[in-house]
Design a protein. Sequence first.
Length: 362
Amino acid sequence: MIGRGKKAEARARRFNDWLDSRRKCHTQLLAADERGIAAAEQLLSKGEVVAVPTETVYGLAAAAFHEQAVKRIFMAKGRPADNPLIVHVANLKMVYPLVVEVPKQLDKLAAKFWPGPLTIVMKKSGLIPDVVTCGLDTVAIRMPSHPAMKRLIEVCGYPLAAPSANTSGKPSPTTAAHVLDDLDGKIPLILDGGSCAVGVESTVVSLAGEVPVLLRPGAVTLAQLRAVLGEVKVAAGVSEPPPDGEKPLSPGMAHTHYSPKARVILTIGDGAAFVKFCAENRTEDAYALCFEPEGAACGLPFESLGETEDAVSAQNRVFAALRDCDEKGAQVIFARLPSDDGSWLAVYNRLQRSAGFDVRHL
Ligand code: TXA
Ligand code: MG
């Protein structure tokens, strides 16, 4: 009988969650200045969620210790319940109570890359509610450098849990307009801080085991991590499809991700090979996502990945360009990267997932 009661309770909870997610709220857009930050703090202290700019992508923030608020993040995004959130802090002092032991490499990593686009996974303390980490015994922590996000955490005085502020599965948002496209009517406030400087989400490295492991590539490269940490392993699934039936170390790696409405085919090769590929495979409503020279030559409408073969500008453009292709009605997107390695790994990792792992080496 007790089991039955629990099932009914769970059903009622699911129904209420569904009802909540249907209830539209008015989404306000405010500049990410002192006034906007004060309004955000008010909402966060009441257990609400707020979209905030960071240097990587926009985040959907909630008070990390507030279970109900954190649940709202999952609801607004439609995020799978097994994909844990990053906890954002404003200084190192905020980190210590969140972990059971401070890894010996933390100071070195923080000195070099914090505040900035690096997330560090460590063994979690009991302070972090399970809803944040989806029951894992580790927590992912990041100290962002964006002045608005940094200031917001300082004004709040507590850490903020925040995933990217997109609908789950869609490309991450790099402008307030992208957030509005996905979450209008589902969250009360977006702080508008313009375009994000980096454009892809932070590098995630785990210090929870014997040897550091790269879980997600980002603006901080594997080579930069190795220069500080020595040996760094690369998790399965970072540069190739996650192995069948194996649970990835970073649960986010298991999910379809960054997908525009259009089908994406990712090609790796030089500009000339890409132009040939486009000519052989073109269909109506096909778009190219590539660099200027081959874009001009390929005979398809194209979205630019920025400066010619510059990995940093490709990081900065990739998500916005995918959204732009969708907006223009693309049915299929032929994307090109010159390499899947080194500083290209972050963009490769995202485009590979947008393409559902349909990658052609030309
Ligand atoms: O740049 C960023 O990291 C942005 C901004 C808002 O800070 N945030 C972001 O969050 O990208 P999200 O939730 O979209 O991605 C977090 C990734 C997911 O792949 C998740 O599975 C992984 O980090 N993650 C979180 N906690 C983890 C943990 N304890 N162990 C392993 N992976 C974890
Ligand atoms: Mg995300």
